[in-house]
Design a protein around this ligand. Structure first.
Ligand code: MG
Length: 382
């Protein structure tokens, strides 16, 4: 079997979220937005899919030369080929772009073999406990505008079945942000509201100083939080060694630091974090994320997978390391997360009343695609 094509079909939809000037998403008035369906075709008719955007020049100049004519089951070889082309081209062939190609290849493999991806990766479980991952703080009435608003939303999430709740607090350009005392006030209000049984985590402003991160961490220790992630610039690994030594609170990372599994190996070796972190979009796909999983296991570390979506969910269901959560969200009081996006007939991460998210047992990554919607809202294909 050979890969005969990889293409992107862009289409429009009405979005109810928007990004602020720092890139954080918030609820927004309905507006037109673009999405892309990535399709890999073979000479035997099988196809694999992923959703996201790849620029036409990147597809033509960097991705097609690596994929076309290859056996699609040689995923490692294809991934290594893409990785080699990233040198001097990271601005266009980013890890988030390589991740889309890798996910479509895994989806294709599952469809060819008639198995869900998590079983091909090494099945360990079919469901994972979720944590409610909030959007960043805002200034919207009825939103996440005060410590009490977080407390009310945490109670609502607990009623939905979530065993755990993670705050993303106020970050620039929100007025008054960042502010360690306000972050701690929100965390204290949530703990006070939900009691001692709910697992709580914090993801604060990512550019706090060492001293600010230490004050925050000591406050979270008193509140019994499970972890804190990325309170400082991750380009300074030494700052994380310093913070992890100073705190009993588990520190989780790295999340946004470039360097795939190699940079995570350095952080593990230098004891820069307690919980290793990575997501498909951060490290370049399912293929390298499984390497991070095995790295964490070899160091005797727990790992928390960053972000939602079927790629991360299927990796979580193939991990033999206990204690990991699925990051479900981003959630907000004004957003209905259970409503599928218009290009899917159902969401990819359904959660039961006990707060477990179930991986699809359908072949591949379990996309249930509304091809009619994509056809009707088609903009371009290349
Ligand atoms: Mg994070």
């Amino acid at each position: 079997m050979k890969i005969t094509g990889i293409g992107v079909r862009t289409f429009r939809y009405m979005s109810t979220t928007g990004r602020d000037s720092e890139g954080h998403s918030h609820p927004a008035p309905p507006h037109e937005a673009l999405q892309g369906l990535i399709t890999i075709q073979t000479d035997e008719g099988a196809e694999g899919y992923a959703f996201g955007r790849i620029a036409e020049g990147t597809l033509q100049g960097a991705i097609r030369p690596v994929l076309l004519g290859q056996d699609p089951l040689y995923r490692e070889r294809i991934w290594q080929g893409l990785r080699q082309r990233q040198r001097l081209n990271l601005s266009t062939l980013a890890d988030s772009v390589v991740a889309l190609v890798d996910m479509a290849l895994w989806d294709l493999t599952g469809r060819i073999l008639g198995q869900p991806v998590f079983k091909l990766l090494g099945g360990y479980r079919a469901r994972v406990p979720a944590y409610a991952s909030t959007m960043c703080g805002d200034d919207l009435a009825g939103g996440l505008d005060t410590p009490d608003a977080y407390a009310r939303f945490a109670l609502w999430c607990r009623d939905q079945g979530y065993p755990a709740f993670k705050l993303h607090t106020w970050q620039p350009p929100m007025p008054g942000a960042p502010d360690v005392r306000r972050d701690l006030a929100a965390c204290a209000a949530v703990r006070e509201a939900v009691g001692d049984d709910m697992v709580l985590m914090l993801d604060p402003y990512h550019y706090y100083s060492r001293e600010e991160a230490l004050i925050l961490g000591r406050g979270l220790e008193k509140l019994g939080f499970a972890w804190m992630e990325e309170p400082m610039d991750e380009h300074s690994m030494s700052s994380y060694v310093w913070l992890t030594q100073a705190l009993d609170l588990p520190i989780c990372g790295p999340e946004t630091a470039e360097g795939k599994m190699q940079v995570r190996a350095e952080w593990a070796k230098h004891n820069a974090v307690d919980l290793l972190r990575g997501g498909v979009g951060d490290v370049g796909g399912i293929t390298p994320l499984m390497k991070v999983v095995h790295l964490a296991e070899a160091f005797g570390m727990s790992m928390e997978v960053h972000g939602g979506g079927p790629g991360n969910l299927h990796v979580l269901c193939a991990m033999g390391i206990p204690g990991a959560f699925y990051e479900r969200g981003l959630l907000h009081p004004a957003i209905d997360y259970e409503e599928p996006p218009p290009w899917l007939n159902q969401i990819t991460d359904p959660m039961d009343a006990r707060g477990n998210v179930h991986a699809s047992h359908a072949p591949g990554l379990g996309w249930d695609i509304n091809f009619d919607y994509i056809e009707q809202h088609h903009i371009a294909a290349y």
